[in-house]
Design a binder for this molecule. Structure first.
Ligand SMILES: Cc1ncc(COP(=O)(O)O)c(C=O)c1O
Length: 351
């Protein structure tokens, strides 16, 4: 591994596969099917591995990611986001003819626009309605409004109402375990009530979708959710450490020491590669150090470090999903030996 050109993104494959097995253990005996979120790796080779290890489909956020997934042979793709821009809809409609495609809505006009695009392309598009369970992002928070949108979907010739998208992202990093647990149970009850209202109105709710790594282990065995879109469980990162989850760290960045002085070490990686949107990264060799970042350097203010230029230092990303997006490829390490290199084809696919 020490001959990799750095900075190099590295997966500990054994740790990642243990994380996959732990997730399968959490889901066993429940209604939850795994639709892992592609946002955490953006790498078709990993999506295929997730399907081999029991995922029922792959979730993503962007049309460009969904196109990459279809090219990679994934046949069940969920875009857990609204695709509203009219210029994108013909592409979305064509994609719906290449795979089983689900997209999310929260507005009447979007439903009509999707139907128009699908009428042009032919075929069927599955549509969930997003229900805002407290995140304050997209989604409707009124149950009657939800039902009206679901009924409108059902009236269309080329759209099929798939169910409820209800992602509680506000709880992903909630450090107060009691609050997290209570909110997860409250949201379960609220979403179950919405499902019941849909059914009273003659709607079939095939899927209830959502979920975050931060509370995967708190899902009740009799959860109302059927499609869980966990992402970060594969790798973890600094941001999840306070939650002491049962998953393990499986993603690292290898750097090279550029300069080593009495009072500091400087490595070849800065904010153009490291992301800070949730937490800054950290170096396990110097866990408490106050790092100083510039574009292509990180200065670690440490003494008695014993390091020389050319030595290697690993860091743990602050946020795995945004870190992945800064690299073209990821090296796969098994017992410290690089055994593979996978392309992160969807990095930068923001459209
Ligand atoms: C809609 C949606 N689902 C699932 C996830 C995955 O969450 P996590 O990486 O915490 O498992 C995200 C993360 O941002 C998301 O936006």
């Amino acid at each position: 591994m020490n001959t990799l050109l750095t900075p190099a993104l590295v997966i500990d494959r054994e740790a990642m596969e243990r994380n996959m097995a732990k997730m399968n253990g959490i889901l066993e005996g429940t209604s939850m099917k795994l639709y892992p979120h592609y946002k955490s790796h953006k790498c078709p080779a990993i999506a295929r591995l997730q399907m081999e290890k029991g995922a029922a489909g792959i979730t993503c956020a962007k049309l460009g990611e969904a196109l990459d997934l279809a090219d990679a042979g994934i046949t069940n793709i969920v875009i857990a986001n609204q695709i509203v821009q009219k210029e994108k809809l013909p592409v979305l409609a064509q994609l719906a003819n290449r795979c089983r495609l689900t997209v999310c809505v929260d507005h009447k006009q979007n439903i009509l626009d999707l139907e128009a695009a699908m009428a042009e392309a032919g075929g069927k598009l599955y549509v969930t309605v997003e229900y805002d369970v407290g995140m304050g992002r997209c989604g409707v928070s009124d149950k009657e409004e939800f039902v009206a949108l679901a009924k409108l979907i059902d009236l269309q010739n080329h759209l099929e109402f798939e169910g409820i998208q209800a992602y509680a992202g506000q709880l992903s990093h909630e450090e107060d375990g009691e609050k997290r647990f209570a909110d997860v149970q409250r949201i379960e009850a609220d979403v179950a009530a919405l499902k019941a209202l849909c059914e009273e109105n003659g709607l079939t709710v095939r899927e209830v979708c959502g979920g975050s790594t931060g509370f995967a282990h708190e899902k009740p065995k009799n959860t109302v959710y059927t499609q869980v879109q966990f992402g970060s469980y594969l790798f973890l990162d600094r941001s999840f450490q306070p939650l002491e989850l049962q998953f393990e760290q499986a993603l690292f960045v290898q750097t090279t020491v550029l300069s080593a002085k009495e009072d500091r070490v400087v490595v070849d990686c800065g904010v153009k590669t490291m992301t800070m949107d949730q937490y800054p990264p950290y170096f396990p060799a110097f866990p408490g150090a106050q790092l100083n970042f510039s574009e292509e350097h990180t200065t670690i203010p440490v003494r008695d470090h014993g390091l020389n230029p050319g030595d290697k230092l690993l860091y743990v990303p602050g946020h795995c999903c945004t870190t992945i997006n800064t690299f073209d490829k990821v090296y796969v390490s098994e017992k410290g030996v690089v055994t593979d290199c996978w392309d992160i084809t969807s990095r930068g696919k923001a459209q």
